[in-house]
Design a protein around this ligand. Structure first.
Ligand code: SF4
Length: 256
């Protein structure tokens, strides 16, 4: 195994050589990929038995609002503003008629607060105009609301209604590519490929487990492959070098 270790990133110690993967994702048959994906999901279920939606909510409206706020920020940050937000704007009518300045002030800590305040007001108005002020429980209806894309819709479906939904966020995108389950940066294509790998009763939890894996192990800049429960099944294991430079250019935009 020494030659394998030498061909991989030099900064990893020989202690991890036993965990080096035996997977070549490019030559994998469809059936083998499905088997491996489900095996990984089972291992992630053992590693993260408490994987769940980390946004605080007590009804579909609150989850819809919290998820809309979660773009480009952490669930913890969203949870820090939602108690006051839900108190001041408890339903679609309060959001639709909100004073924008007050709404912006309430959600300011989550960032992009001007765009997000307008988006929340649009959601409130959309719910009143088209859904009798209630949150619809189908993907086709949810995505007609202003600013609501498939990720938000799938989070609401899976966690507020118990309807299977595979939410594809930045963690799911990164981890599913590293695992060799998909080769795409397009969330719609990724969702389509991931939902084909699992039966629909696993979609919501498989998404949570990938999110936990991305948050706590398979970090964007330096994945903790030496602590990863699925390293032996991952074609990307131990292939990442430590980051050398830090980009300071570019303008961030809120993503759905
Ligand atoms: S942490 Fe490493 S081994 Fe685990 S999924 Fe990410 S890249 Fe693969």
């Amino acid at each position: 195994m020494w030659h394998l270790a030498q061909s991989r990133s030099a900064y990893y110690s020989l202690a991890i050589v036993d965990k080096l993967p035996v997977v070549c994702a490019s030559r994998e048959s469809r059936a083998a990929l499905t088997r491996r994906a489900r095996q990984i999901d089972r291992l992630l279920a053992e590693a993260f038995p408490g994987a769940h939606c980390e946004l605080d909510f007590s009804n579909p409206f609150q989850l819809l609002v919290a998820t809309a706020l979660s773009a480009q920020t952490t669930d913890k940050q969203v949870n820090s503003v939602t108690p006051e937000l839900f108190l001041r704007f408890p339903d679609a009518h309060h959001l639709a008629e909100a004073d924008l300045a007050e709404l912006e002030k309430t959600i300011r800590p989550v960032g992009f607060y001007r765009q997000k305040a307008k988006a929340l007001q649009g959601i409130g108005r959309g719910l009143i105009e088209h859904f009798d002020s209630r949150v619809p429980c189908s993907l086709a209806e949810l995505v007609t609301l202003p600013g609501v894309g498939r990720k938000t819709a799938n989070v609401v479906l899976g966690n507020a209604f118990g309807v299977p939904g595979f939410a594809v966020d930045t963690h799911v995108t990164r981890v599913s590519n590293r695992l060799g389950w998909v080769k795409s940066s397009d969330p719609v294509a990724i969702e389509s490929q991931l939902t084909a790998l699992f039966p629909d009763n696993l979609w919501t939890m498989a998404s949570h487990r990938l999110i936990f894996q991305g948050r706590y192990v398979c970090h964007a800049r330096r994945p903790a492959c030496d602590q990863c429960p699925v390293a032996s099944l991952c074609p990307s294991a131990y292939r990442f070098d430590p980051p050398k430079t830090r980009s300071t250019s570019g303008t961030r935009q809120p993503a759905e």
